[in-house]
Design a protein around this ligand. Structure first.
Ligand code: ATP
Ligand code: MG
Length: 322
């Protein structure tokens, strides 16, 4: 039977999507990828595949899950399965360098960035850009390693602390550090624009006054076995009604050109009104509390829109096969 298959490595993030599928009566299954077997002598099951692999999977002990997902996607695409967020989306999920080059190709400004392999080169890169700078991991997620450094002395301290950091995730998984110009916003917030089926769904304003770890699902820090990953207390996430921005059409074009059926783009607007996009999430989570407060239900919520989009793709695949 033809179904929707969700490729992922984090159960908690799929809970609201399961509920949305149930609501629509959409046949669905999951491909939880951590370790396992991929038999290339067999064809994949029929249906539509939605890849939700995350760049931060190694922080949950699923060290090679993205590489595994990459192999599975090769197999699916070779057999002509419908894949939402396929090989190119995965490539972008795993590299901010790749994101920035692809955004620039679509006329979307990104903060000046220097990629560094070998932490001994970070001071040179920072001196080139001038302080303040942001340090971050190329393969990131959850704000891993994101740090604001205001001065040369501050950088020396940060590098010293990093060198003695016992946390295995303190270093970027792929060894690439990014040194980036700090975009100072007049008010402490960033905007995250959500897209489903390649079309703009809504924008959420995220309060950054408490720091850089801004994943909507991680914000509430649910413990083991607890239910909802995407409800945050307070007003950290707020959906902006009737949001418009001149870059939205370019963002849609960027997503379509890169095979990102579901994704989010984060950006900051500085004091001079210049907007810079600095993060593309192909494994996007939604804040259920913010959606409720905005009166969003069904296909107007993130997961509802994804479920409806995948259900439509499944129907059109079935119609073609008939
Ligand atoms: N160049 C910058 N200027 C100012 N603030 C920045 C810059 N880059 C990152 N930040 C801040 O740090 C946060 C995390 O950065 P970023 O989104 O690049 O990391 P990430 O690991 O991909 O995070 P996530 O997966 O949670 O979205 C941003 O939302 C923003 O608040
Ligand atoms: Mg981000």
């Amino acid at each position: 039977m033809s179904r929707i298959h969700v490729i992922h490595e984090n159960d908690a993030w799929v809970v609201p999507l399961r509920a949305a599928f149930e609501g629509l009566g959409a046949p669905h299954e999951e491909l939880f990828l951590d370790t396992g077997i991929l038999d290339l002598t067999q064809p994949p099951p029929e249906g539509v595949f939605y890849n939700r692999m995350s760049a931060s999977s190694h922080t949950r002990g699923h060290t090679f899950a993205p590489e595994y997902a990459g192999a599975v996607i090769e197999w699916l695409e070779r057999h002509g399965r419908t894949v939402v967020n396929g090989r190119r989306a995965l490539q972008l999920e795993l590299s901010k360098v790749a994101q920035y080059q692809a955004l620039a190709a679509h006329g979307i400004p990104t903060p000046e960035t220097i990629a560094v392999v070998g932490t001994q080169h970070i001071p040179d890169a920072a001196a080139k850009l001038g302080f303040p700078v942001i340090l971050k991991h190329n393969r990131a997620g959850k704000g891993l390693g994101v740090r604001l450094v205001n001065s040369e002395a501050g950088l020396t301290q940060a590098l010293e602390a990093m060198a003695h950091d016992a946390d295995p995730h303190a270093q970027p998984r792929d060894g690439i550090w990014l040194v980036q110009r700090y975009v100072a916003a007049p008010e402490p917030f960033i905007t995250r624009a959500e897209f489903v089926g390649g079309r703009f769904l809504y924008a959420v304003r995220v309060d950054t006054s408490e720091g850089f770890e801004l994943c909507p699902a991680d914000a509430c820090q649910v413990g083991e076995g607890e239910f909802c990953p995407a409800v945050a207390p307070g007003e950290k996430f707020r959906i902006v009604e009737s949001f418009s921005h001149p870059l939205i059409p370019r963002m849609e074009a960027f997503l379509t050109a890169n095979g990102i059926g579901v994704g989010a783009i984060e950006f900051i607007t500085d004091r001079d009104g210049r907007t810079f996009a600095y993060d593309v999430n192909t494994n996007t989570n939604y804040n259920a509390d913010a959606e409720r407060k905005a009166g969003r239900e069904g296909a107007r919520t993130g997961m509802g829109a994804i479920a409806a989009h995948l259900h439509r793709l499944l129907d059109s695949r079935l119609a073609k096969a008939a």
